[in-house]
Ligand binder design. Structure first.
Ligand code: PGA
Ligand code: ZN
Length: 469
């Protein structure tokens, strides 16, 4: 096997050492300083499949922008389909989408070149060999692309192929996708849904600098009851906003986008809505999670703009501490910007013992970046987005790094979505206990929550709730 592949940050991922009788395979991560080796196991699918057909179609995402739908058929007839999501507030280290740049089509956002990547070079590669497992196939895609950010073939092309192949492997195994994705020695579980009910930042044209205000039914007894709580609080919030003269127009992820500039005012409204819907506001009922997405309001001066204030990192940390003290905020994602590692360290020291601190733009689902962040004491959880790193296998590696380090993981949609429900299965199979996939409204968001409901109904023995880290 012509590997190891070298990842963007210079760490080496070996191929699986050998396949074990239980269908898992150990692999190793070499840290770039050579000092830290981790080993872990990934479940593998059936062995030795050949790909017969690979096709890609330019479709629309939930913002009306082009994206890819990829279809794969193996020679035994099993097949997989995938829709590729797309972010708007991206970290600088994310894998790079391939867009046509032709201003005469979709303002330059067309993905015909990425479709050609799939149907040309990638199809040739996939038809040229037998594939033992998804990891081997994903590593070959990474090598074929050859760039650190998957920009040559396009991360959108590679993500779509990887997801479609995962589905085909799962179909061939006869197991549900979530079960096929479950790593060795991991217990699958139904995640706590984090419903993004107030949108700001890059996802809405309102005054709100913070991007996402989510409600998380941590205390719900089951996934269906959690979904019910999310929908009932969302409805109560709509009434509350309307009654208080606010707009009930929606942002990109289906949350409301009122003209409120102070985050504390939003938190107050959320607590009122939670209680109006008949729930307890807090960890025993419905808690609150924030994704300020601080990259979006960091100014060139290094200060953070919140409403009419310009805050230093330390002032913003104290602002968060005040919110945590006054409101049931249990999780804060991207509280500081991706390049503010010193601030992140202080944030983690100050609030890490009490609050989940999730790295999104700062970690970009990159196993090596997360490994470095663990060593530096940055955050205590990672947001997980398949298209941020570009393959399903690398996504699973990032999650394995988190599990070994004791970091929690939250599976995430993107603000530009399709009706693909892969992430629902990924959240269940990896047992991480957390997912965020927008408001309990709009087809592309509820498709994921509805898939979770289907899995819950089909497998009543699955536990619900946060995973222990
Ligand atoms: P994006 O934002 O999908 O627009 O990048 C989501 C997030 O920041 O979590
Ligand atoms: Zn985020």
């Amino acid at each position: 096997m012509a590997l190891p592949a070298v990842d963007p940050a210079g760490a080496v991922f070996t191929r699986p050492i050998r396949h074990l009788a239980n269908g898992s395979c150990p692999w190793m991560i070499g840290r770039r300083d050579g000092g830290w080796l981790l080993s872990a196991c990934l479940a593998v699918g059936m062995t030795g499949v050949r790909v017969r057909d690979v096709s890609a179609l330019e479709i629309l995402d939930s913002r009306g922008r082009p994206t890819l739908q990829v279809a794969v058929t193996f020679s035994d007839g099993t097949s997989g389909l995938a829709g590729v999501p797309s972010g708007a507030s991206t970290g600088s280290g994310e894998a790079v989408e391939r867009r046509d740049g032709d201003p005469g089509r979709y303002g330059g956002l067309g993905v015909l070149a990425a479709a050609e990547s799939v149907q040309g070079e990638i199809a040739d590669l996939l038809r040229s060999a037998d594939w033992e497992d998804l990891e081997q196939l994903d590593d070959a895609l990474i090598s074929l692309d050859g760039t650190p950010g998957k920009s040559r073939l396009g991360a959108n092309a590679i993500t779509g192929v990887s997801m479609a192949c995962a589905r085909a492997f799962a179909a061939g195994s006869g197991r549900p996708l979530w079960d096929w994705l479950t790593p060795h020695a991991v217990t699958a579980r139904l995640p706590v849904p984090h419903f993004n009910v107030i949108n700001g930042g890059a996802h809405a044209p309102n005054l709100l600098d913070f991007q996402e205000f989510m409600i998380a039914p941590l205390g719900a007894p089951s996934l269906p009851e959690a979904v019910r709580a999310g929908a009932e609080v969302y409805a109560a919030l709509r009434r509350l906003l309307a009654d208080s003269g606010h707009s009930t127009g929606l942002g990109d992820e289906g949350g409301f986008a009122p003209e409120v500039s102070e985050p504390e005012e939003v938190l107050r409204l959320l607590v009122v809505a939670i209680e109006a819907a008949g729930y307890v506001a807090g960890p025993d009922g419905v808690a609150i999670a924030l994704d300020p997405a601080a990259n979006g309001f960091r100014e060139d001066s290094g200060r953070y703009r919140v409403g009419d204030q310009k805050l230093t990192s330390d002032e913003l940390i104290e602002r968060y501490a005040g919110m945590v003290a006054r409101f049931p905020v249990w999780s804060i994602e991207d509280g500081l910007a991706e390049d503010d590692w010193a601030g992140w360290q202080r944030l983690t020291e100050r609030l890490g013992p009490a609050v989940q601190l999730v790295g999104d733009d700062i970690f970009v689902t990159n196993p090596v970046t997360i490994t470095d962040a663990v060593a530096e004491g940055i955050g205590n959880a990672a947001l997980i987005k398949v298209n941020q790193i570009g393959t399903v296998s690398e996504t699973l590696r990032a999650m394995t790094v988190c599990r070994i380090a004791g970091y929690a993981q939250m599976i995430s949609h993107r603000s530009g979505e399709t009706t693909d429900t892969f992430i629902a299965d990924l959240a269940v199979g990896t047992g991480c206990g957390q997912i965020k996939t927008g408001a309990p409204a709009r087809g592309e968001r509820v498709a994921k929550y509805n898939r979770l409901a289907e899995i819950a109904a089909a497998t009543p023995s699955l536990p619900y709730g946060l995973a222990k880290t």
